[in-house]
Design a binder for this molecule. Structure first.
Ligand SMILES: C[S@@+](CC[C@H](N)C(=O)[O-])C[C@H]1O[C@@H](n2cnc3c(N)ncnc32)[C@H](O)[C@@H]1O
Length: 237
């Protein structure tokens, strides 16, 4: 479960206008708690995707009607273009191998006007380089996460063809999460909720050469999550 738990999921669902009959994906769904909650509370249907067979096994045990769980890498997950109304990605993008590529897939899989609901950790100070993963002193010391700053994370999202409509800081939820699970502090780290709409206003996302996530990241002159992204214009990936 992510910092903020189902309380944050509920808040995100309200802010993102989740409603009955929506078709929803959860990328890096873990044991599926968020998606099952959304199915029970809102009546959504959808798919949870996680690379861990163990997590997907647990998710299937606690699943809700209309919800499927698929074990695969987020970079390879199957979808039809424009098939989802909302895509959630909680506390997972920073772990995913090719975050930029996954964001482009999410964008393709959303219908026009569809929304990405993303929450993740960020480093309060820029680490060098932003694309590097760090283990030490990260909130969940069991995994390695990318040490991107909030600005870099937002740049990655907008560079992949989204327009951010909500940016809320939930660092206190991360402090509680770390204290409860790891008996460790997490100074230097924050947690942010971003809700972003698929940008269909004509902004161009150009894909060529290396897939996103494979090269260096440049956002306003900074490196981001291992992706080549130019923000403020077209995203070049
Ligand atoms: C911190 S957990 C968050 C789980 C869930 N989103 C939640 O909020 O409870 C991160 C999850 O991302 C998954 N993950 C990491 N890399 C992935 C990838 N490349 N593709 C799909 N899932 C991935 C992990 O297996 C893990 O279950």
């Amino acid at each position: 479960m992510h910092p903020g738990g189902l309380r944050l999921t509920q808040r995100a669902a309200v802010l993102a206008g989740v409603s009955c009959a929506m078709h929803v994906a959860d990328i890096g769904c873990g044991c599926g708690a968020s998606l099952s909650f959304l199915a029970e509370e809102y009546g959504v249907t959808g798919v949870g995707i996680d690379v861990s067979a163990d997590m997907i096994g647990r998710a299937r045990q606690g699943g809700a009607p209309g919800i499927d769980f698929v074990c695969c890498d987020a970079a390879c997950y199957p979808y039809n273009e424009g098939c989802y109304d909302r895509v959630f990605c909680d506390c997972a993008l920073s772990e995913i191998t090719k975050p930029g590529q996954v964001l482009l897939k999410i964008r393709d899989s959303l219908r026009p006007g569809g929304k990405l609901i993303l929450s993740d950790v960020y480093a309060k100070e820029k680490k060098t380089p932003g694309s590097q993963r760090v283990r030490a002193a990260c909130p969940g010391a069991c995994v390695s996460v990318r040490a991107w700053t909030k600005g870099q994370l937002i740049g990655l999202v907008t560079g992949a063809g989204f327009r951010t409509i909500v940016e809320e800081d939930h660092t206190p939820a991360l402090v509680t999460y770390a204290a409860e699970r790891f008996a460790a502090g997490c100074s230097g780290w924050g947690y942010v909720l971003i809700i972003a709409e698929k940008d269909c206003s004509g902004g161009k996302v150009v894909v060529g050469g290396d897939a996103v996530g494979g090269g260096d990241a440049v956002v306003g002159g900074e490196e981001v999550g291992g992706c080549k992204v130019v923000v403020g214009g077209d995203a070049v990936v």
